[in-house]
Design a protein around this ligand. Sequence first.
Ligand code: ADP
Ligand code: ASP
Ligand code: MG
Length: 403
Amino acid sequence: MLIVQKFGGTSVGDLERIQIVASRVSESKKAGNDVIVVVSAMSGETNKLVQYAEHFSSNPSRADMDMLLSSGERVTASLLSIALNEMGFEAVAMTGRKAGILTNTQHTKARIEDINPTAMKKEIDAGRIIVIAGFQGVNENGDVTTLGRGGSDLSAVAIAGALKADLCEIYTDVSGIYTTDPRIEPKAKKLDKISYDEMLELSSLGAKVLQNRSVEMAKKLNVNLVTRTSFSNEEGTLITKEENIMEAPLVSGIALDRNQARISLVGVKDRPGIASDIFNKLAQNDINIDMIIQTKAYDGSTSIDFTVPVNDIKDAKDVVDSFIKTGEIKGDSYNEDICKVSVVGVGMKSHTGVAALAFSTMADNNININMISTSEIKVSMIIDEKYAELAVRGLHGAYELDK
Ligand code: ADP
Ligand code: ASP
Ligand code: MG
């Protein structure tokens, strides 16, 4: 078997943990598998590097940020390779560039455009274990790029897809995918299996256990994805096609996203094409818009409210300012003290009353809902951030996910 094993920040959090990871990797190799390892930076390391940059500038260039942030993963990849060699295994460490991960030029959130597996294949054929620095690639100019926070998951899945690996294991600090973040609701239950689509919703809606783009890629390339803990041998959760799941529950999980902000625009000129102009410009800047509400026009102008990830506020503000300059928007305000709670489940497609239960749960807990959006398999609500945990636990109980 060809196995890709990805170890997240806590799994390689200190030298002792790296040694434990080396043992685990060596077991897979001894069992006769070809093994490609993808590692994250040691936990806290990427945040520390961000803070270092902030010491000097509130607006560092994104290319410089990528140079900086990609270094964390190189540390762990080389240390793990050194540990494996010392144990008598032939291992080789690689940067994303050496591994052939080619991305576009969108620094700090680059997309993988292609993978050139030549170097990886050569090492695998020679019987070596490859240890790849996750979260990074190279663009057409030869500059290092990073794949967005949590991007080592994407590195692992993309490599597994490109090399048609039999299995892609994501090792983390929880034993699988739970009905909600077990750190918020201790009654959360581990799922044996979950469909790509539900997992994609959960991670897009804030469950950082898997980076959302990694799930998207796993679905597209049909990668056998398992999330499990590096702290024990407990079985994890399989992320798979919907048809492989016999009895889909009505609701699979509750997600929480604290990294959302609400942007409110007032005095927006009411003319055909204005929404298209604003949101196209936001899209060109790679800003992810989620919920949008436009009110009825009055006196030739309307109000538009929408949500963006907190990290994108600065970029979004630049776009809004360009419309304020032309007079097509009169005023703007920004609120970061909000969060998004979501109920996700494929069973919703064929059942009624799922959204109504979410709303009544908020009402029972005296939580005001600011914005709502729904799709075939999810209901999302924007609420004040101070009610985040209360809302998650309330919904978890209301849909009987602890049973
Ligand atoms: P890593 O450093 O290994 O990449 P992350 O911190 O990115 O790990 O992701 C693991 C964390 O995801 C867990 O510690 C948990 O708090 C959080 N999490 C959020 N939602 C869920 C969920 N539904 N199931 C499991 N973990 C979740
Ligand atoms: N170290 C990077 C981050 O913290 C990438 C990752 O861990 O997946 O976002
Ligand atoms: Mg992660």
